[in-house]
Write a protein that binds this ligand. Structure first.
Ligand code: ADP
Length: 232
């Protein structure tokens, strides 16, 4: 088992207006799994993802990654965990505007001792024609591909994606999903994706549905729908 999550809890606010954002969430995620986390806005999906990524602290329970409890890590160990294990992709690409595509990716190359081959990655992500361009010269889909390359260059075991297609039109969103499917197959990267797009569940090995901070469905798909065949 790669990720073991047991009874995690998190609240915001004080006693009078406390909101429980995660309420005893328990699940396991296998190595190499493509996992989709679905649920309405405000249900706690991003908080859940950020807890696994070592960004948000939890109030109770445990998150073990490859047998290591990240809740027991000190700041230095947690920072090393984020740096070595985790790649993040967000809805808005967060690229550095005054660096080219290649430079944006290179910034993260130095975070690990065993990065992927940058030229191969640029090729795989279809950025060969664009690697000298600046983010402002790219379409939304191209910027997201650059953000994916930046997250992947350090060869993370875990890729956490928060609404990666949320800002993209239908056609471009599908291109990104096809690319995520390819990355999962080619590199065996474990991927957790938060989305409110219900149709994306078909391409996932594992589907988790969250509502009001609780998991109310947690299942594996027996058959997968190719990303190219998804529709919404
Ligand atoms: P989702 O990703 O499903 O939209 P979130 O995890 O972003 O949900 O948020 C869940 C709830 O927690 C929301 O009600 C949100 O307003 C609240 N919340 C998230 N982050 C904070 C914060 N830093 N301080 C206070 N409330 C927060």
């Amino acid at each position: 088992m790669f990720i073991e999550i047991k009874n995690i809890e998190k609240s915001y606010g004080n006693q009078e207006n406390e909101i429980k954002v995660m309420d005893k969430i328990t699940t396991n995620i296998e190595k190499g799994e493509m996992c989709m986390i679905l649920g309405p806005s405000g249900s706690g999906k991003s908080t859940f993802l950020n807890a696994i990524g070592g960004i948000d602290k939890i109030d109770a329970g445990s998150i073990c990654i490859d047998g290591q409890d990240i809740g027991k890590m000190n700041q230095k160990e947690l920072s090393l965990y984020r740096r070595k294990y985790v790649g993040f992709i967000f809805q808005f690409y967060n690229l550095i505007p005054n660096l080219t595509v290649k430079e944006n990716i290179q910034v993260c190359e130095y975070l690990t001792d065993s990065p992927m081959d940058i030229d191969e990655l640029i090729d795989t992500l279809g950025l060969k024609e664009h690697y000298k361009k600046f983010p402002s010269q790219l379409s939304g889909g191209q910027q997201q591909r650059c953000a994916i390359a930046r997250a992947l260059i350090k060869n993370p075991k875990l890729l956490l994606c928060d609404e990666p297609t949320g800002a993209l039109d239908y056609k471009t969103a599908k291109e990104i999903l096809i690319l995520m499917e390819k990355v999962n197959k080619n590199y065996g990267t474990t991927m957790l994706t938060v989305t409110h797009n219900d149709s994306m569940k078909g391409m996932a090995h594992h589907v988790i549905r969250i509502k009001d901070g609780k998991i109310y469905k947690d299942y594996k798909n027996k058959e997968l729908v190719e990303a190219s065949k998804l529709d919404w």
